[in-house]
Design a protein around this ligand. Structure first.
Ligand code: UT7
Length: 345
């Protein structure tokens, strides 16, 4: 049997504060009906001032270790909203979780970051670089959203999810069976924060509002999202030797319920095999897939070993998919406060 990486722990952290569609409609030119019918979102979570991506990542990462009953020897943190531009957030997160001097780095692939992280983690394991990588997807997206922009403020939310992997066999529950990654830099302007980087530093507060905040051309991105996630999912299905009807669990990046349904329809994955939590947490970018996995696993909705497809698409443009056996794990969820009370903090 071929060696691969196997998910053996699953953790999550959601901020306490819920922001409903009604609350947003009270201050923006939008409505509960528009948001629900166009996106499938009913509410999302938002951190209190002072809580960072690193705080959520520490809580979710520690939860994944608790779920597995094991430590990690490598940390990959997928995020669009690092605590600081420099250095990466992962080393501090690893230290605060109590992992000492483990290798740690950020993965910057926006909404596909968690899937990129999973694929890298599996490669690190099979190459013998590490034995138990921790992959965290964490975002404080509300820190880069213009609260007065109805195009984005209704969609994105905050949260973190994490998985611990170990070396194992492709026949086991949680085993990664096939992977696919891709990007198309021609679309780099479609989902972007224009300023604040080396191209347009905007020193001394010189950046106008629309260059400072996250912008998304939703209409342009929509078609790409459907096409790329469908094609990428088909690639991993083919590699895994699974027909679409064999798939028992489909978990896509929680960007938009209509997009997720279109991808699942194109693939031919049945209604009862589609899992997600977009209605409750909105689009949490790099955190969305591990949060959806944790939510589904907590409800015991999928039998361990079930053929599963994860797929994501987002800024870059970048996309990716993973075919795996549904893991045999009991997820653990921690409050943000856990990050402030954990041993190494
Ligand atoms: O996570 C990374 C990847 N991201 C995605 O995959 C997102 C892909 N795109 C989408 O999910 C959708 O395009 C959105 C949810 C962003 C927008 O939905 P849409 O059905 O594509 O709407 P639209 O942009 O075509 O806008 C339709 C109308 C427009 O008005 P007009 O021009 O028809 O008069 C918008 O101005 O809806 C208007 N609109 C809104 N109305 C009420 C846009 N945002 C809102 C809003 N509330 N929040």
């Amino acid at each position: 049997m071929t060696a691969t990486a196997v998910i053996c722990g699953l953790g999550a952290c959601l901020p306490q504060r819920t922001v409903t569609n009604e609350e947003l409609a009270g201050r923006l030119d939008t409505s509960d009906d528009w948001i629900r019918t166009r996106t499938g979102i009913a509410r999302r979570r938002m951190v209190e001032p002072g809580t960072s991506t690193g705080d959520l990542a520490v809580a979710a990462g520690a939860a994944a270790l608790e779920s597995a009953g094991a430590d990690a020897d490598f940390v990959l943190l997928a995020t669009t909203t690092p605590d600081r531009l420099c250095p990466g957030t992962a080393p501090e997160v690893g230290y605060r979780i109590g992992l000492g001097e483990v290798p740690a780095l950020d993965v910057s692939a926006v909404c596909s970051g968690f899937v990129y992280g999973l694929v890298l983690a599996r490669a690190l394991v099979t190459a013998g670089v590490c034995r138990r990588p921790l992959v965290i997807g964490a975002e404080v997206y509300t820190s880069i959203i213009d609260p007065s922009d109805r195009n984005t403020a209704v969609i994105f939310g905050d949260g973190a999810g994490a998985v611990l992997l170990r070396e194992g066999l492709v026949s086991e529950p949680g085993a990664i069976r096939a992977t696919d990654l891709g990007s198309d830099g021609r679309g780099s302007d479609m989902i972007a924060i224009a300023g604040g980087g080396s191209r347009e530093p905007g020193r001394d507060g010189a950046l106008p509002r629309d260059r400072r905040y996250f912008q998304m051309d939703g209409r342009m991105v929509y078609g790409q999202a459907v096409r790329r996630m469908t094609d990428s999912s088909r690639t991993v299905l083919e590699q895994a030797g699974w027909t679409p009807s064999a798939v028992g669990a489909f978990v896509g990046h929680q960007a938009n319920q209509r997009i997720l349904d279109a991808v699942a329809d194109h693939l031919g994955v049945g209604d009862r095999c589609r899992f997600g939590n977009i209605a409750e947490v909105g689009n949490t970018a790099a955190a969305s897939i591990p949060l959806a996995l944790a939510d589904t696993a907590a409800q015991g909705r999928v039998r361990p070993g079930t053929p599963t497809v994860l797929t994501a698409f987002g800024g870059g443009l970048a996309w990716g998919s993973v075919a795996l056996n549904w893991p045999d794990v009991v997820p653990v969820q921690h409050d943000v406060e856990h990050a402030h009370t954990s041993a190494a903090s």
